[in-house]
Write a protein that binds this ligand. Structure first.
Ligand code: ZN
Length: 464
């Protein structure tokens, strides 16, 4: 299932123009991960090279996704899961006494779905400014918006959300460097993307519900949920208690409208998403790689990922087992911890989109041998990478350049055409080349590292 060209890609390059569909800017190279400290819990990645910064490449901008003033409900409605006939239930916690209208609340409709009320014009959220203001600063379709901050939002996350820059957001709003976003304040932001803002609902706790279940239901971060409600609920929640929930309509629509893919990925739960970037991020409501005969999980405690990544990984591996007939062992190393964030031995793997996979050995060898180059079934590996790529969800594969030669040779010997080789592998263009899905990263010589894309609903996720 190929995916459409992606917008505003953040891309890594290595001193050359990018091959992928980003803005074509030259950026410093960033490696997927490097060791932070020796650990017994992961496959060691051995380079100690300094970490390169990852910059934002301004890609082709998306047109605004909604007309001015209609931002608060369009995503949910377009997903067909939320009813417009909602009732305003109460005044929200951010309702102000200073002449501002109350913020509406929402109730569950009879199907148990969340039904939003139309928001008043000054509700927290995003609104495009005067049409005269909707100018492109550099001809790239950027839009000035006014965003009203909701609890737990940070300027850094808003910068990701709107594909902007934290320093610029502070500067446009005359905030000192390091200033934090305060709930209810308005920020002017020049946005490249305008996903609808978070919405509020007051949730009444039902029997059997836990913090985690409520968080999963709305697609919010459990730690945010707890922090927002700390003033009224401490410890476990009890039926009948009321919780303030600020949910993202794009994420909620994805959860409610989820259609699991057929096959082995069907058991991967929806609603697990990445926030931030692979080197500095977290995983929200993570889903675990399911147990399977097709592979083994070396580090079950670090086998959590986003829905998009885990589904693509599982789908790709099963498809590879069928198409290649490879009967050897496939060992999956670290992905992420349940909530992401730093993991021993890695700098990336923080948001559930990175996974290490041991290079597959020739089937006739004992499968516990160290995967040195001469023992690796390079053709099986090529086919595995092709199967993963065919999911349409792989952002990048990292493999040490000195191993790429063997992989390239196997592909050539098995008749893979030149065009496909050029598309999939950096070799022989040099380890600094910014072309090919497979890129050099030091230390990746006994395993490869696959990085999956942000799904469209992951509005605060950056590809790299
Ligand atoms: Zn890795």
């Amino acid at each position: 299932m190929p995916r459409p060209a992606r917008h505003a890609l953040l891309t890594l390059a290595a001193g050359a123009l990018l091959a992928c569909g980003g803005g074509g800017k030259t950026l410093p190279r960033a490696e997927p991960d490097r060791p932070t400290a020796p650990t017994s819990a992961g496959e060691q990645e051995t380079s100690a090279a300094p970490r390169s910064p990852v910059d934002v490449a301004p890609g082709p901008a998306e047109p605004p996704t909604q007309p001015p003033g209609a931002a608060t409900t369009s995503a949910a409605e377009s997903a067909g899961t939320l009813t417009p006939e909602a009732r305003i239930a109460d005044a929200g916690p951010l309702a102000s006494s200073a002449g501002e209208a109350s913020i509406p609340l929402w109730e569950l409709d009879e199907r148990g779905k969340i039904a939003p009320a139309p928001a008043p014009s000054d509700a927290p959220g995003v609104e495009a400014d005067d049409p005269d203001d909707l100018e492109d600063e550099d001809g790239k379709g950027q839009t000035w918006i006014t965003h009203t901050v909701v609890p737990r939002e940070t300027i850094e996350l808003l910068a990701i959300r709107y594909r902007s820059d934290p320093g610029k957001i502070r500067s446009w709003n005359k905030l000192p460097s390091g200033a934090k976003a305060k709930p209810r304040t308005k920020l002017r932001i020049l946005a490249r993307r305008t996903p609808p803002p978070r919405q509020y609902i007051r949730h009444v706790v039902a029997p059997e519900e836990t913090w985690g279940r409520v968080a999963h239901r709305y697609g919010v971060d459990p730690s945010d949920l707890r922090a927002i409600n700390i003033h009224r609920v401490k410890g476990t929640i009890e039926p009948g208690e009321e919780l303030d929930v600020w949910y993202d309509p794009t994420i909620l629509a994805a959860i409610e409208g989820d259609a699991p893919p057929p096959g082995p990925a069907a058991e991967v739960s929806p609603g697990a998403y990445a926030v931030g970037r692979p080197h500095e991020g977290r995983l929200v409501n993570g889903t675990r790689i399911p147990e399977s005969d097709a592979y083994e999980l070396r580090y079950p405690g670090s086998s959590w990922g986003t829905t998009n990544s885990v589904r693509a990984l599982v789908t790709g591996i099963h498809s590879w087992r069928e198409s290649s007939g490879y009967g050897g062992r496939l060992a999956i190393g670290a992905m992420s911890r349940e909530r992401g964030r730093p993991i021993g031995g890695h700098l990336s793997h923080q948001c559930g989109r990175d996974v290490d996979v041991r290079l597959p050995l020739y089937e006739h060898l004992p499968q516990n041998r160290t995967p040195l180059g001469r023992r690796v079934d390079w053709w099986a590996l090529w086919q595995l990478i092709v199967a993963l790529e065919e999911t349409g969800e792989v952002y990048r594969i990292f493999l040490d350049y000195k191993m790429q030669k063997r992989l390239y040779k196997a592909a050539k010997e098995h008749g893979v055409d030149k065009e496909t080789r050029r598309r999939l592998i950096q070799f022989p263009r040099g380890r600094g080349s910014g072309r090919g899905l497979i890129r050099h990263s030091p230390g990746h010589d006994r395993h490869f590292h696959a990085r999956f894309r942000c799904a469209d609903f992951e509005v605060e996720c950056l590809d790299a």
